[in-house]
Design a protein around this ligand. Sequence first.
Ligand SMILES: [Zn+2]
Length: 260
Amino acid sequence: MKLILLGTNGFLPTDEAQTACFMLPEQGIVLDAGSGLYRLPDYLQTPSLDIYLSHRHGDHVCGLHYLFGGLFKYLFTRSHAALTEELLETILEQANARLNTVHLHAPQTALTELKNRFPHLHDWHPLQTRETLPNGGALTSFALDPPREETGFRLDWPGHSLAYVTDTIADPKAAYVKEIAGVDLLLHECNGPDRTAQVMATLHHSHTRAVAQVAARAQAKRLILIHKNPIGLTLEEDLPAARTIFPSIEIGQDGMEIEF
Ligand SMILES: [Zn+2]
């Protein structure tokens, strides 16, 4: 099963990385809709799309502004035709129709505000604890620690599993660790290196060592660090020590394609 990292930064996009967006193109699933969503036309391959939002912060939802443009680009590119008035009209119509095949799922507490912020999007659904996914899969959503609006996701198919945890303070003793037990692939936020652990906790974010401890405790198979910091706090310096806790750890990069 394939996962594409469309945006691996948190907070702010940079020339190297857009903000939170992760896509399973074969399943038509997107986790969070940060600025990385502008890359959607390069990967879209299903007639409909389900977008699951972890919470309402701008770095996780701002890409919804690009949804229509992305669908327009996708349709235009595939028309292989010169842009005429007639084609423009056809593609605008098709893009609007496609927009209605995008299903948005968000925590109940965020729904009203999100509907107001994105009035051109209509198909909103309150996130359920368990959602049915295509091809026999299921998405489970769970609270993080301490519980706030931010929601973690676990996606399971026979033989494939993935967990997505963002905007929280990693802690191997946290209750959410049991929700991600044994996953093949863990995408976990890591917003700052170990030397900034205290500041990260104040910001409600994670540092490298604690994330490695979470992955080890959960007995995940592979860990990708996401929600990177855009103000020059890189994580490379922590990797040798973190790998003594959990060996299979990488820093996520935009454009990475991962089989799990
Ligand atoms: Zn964030």
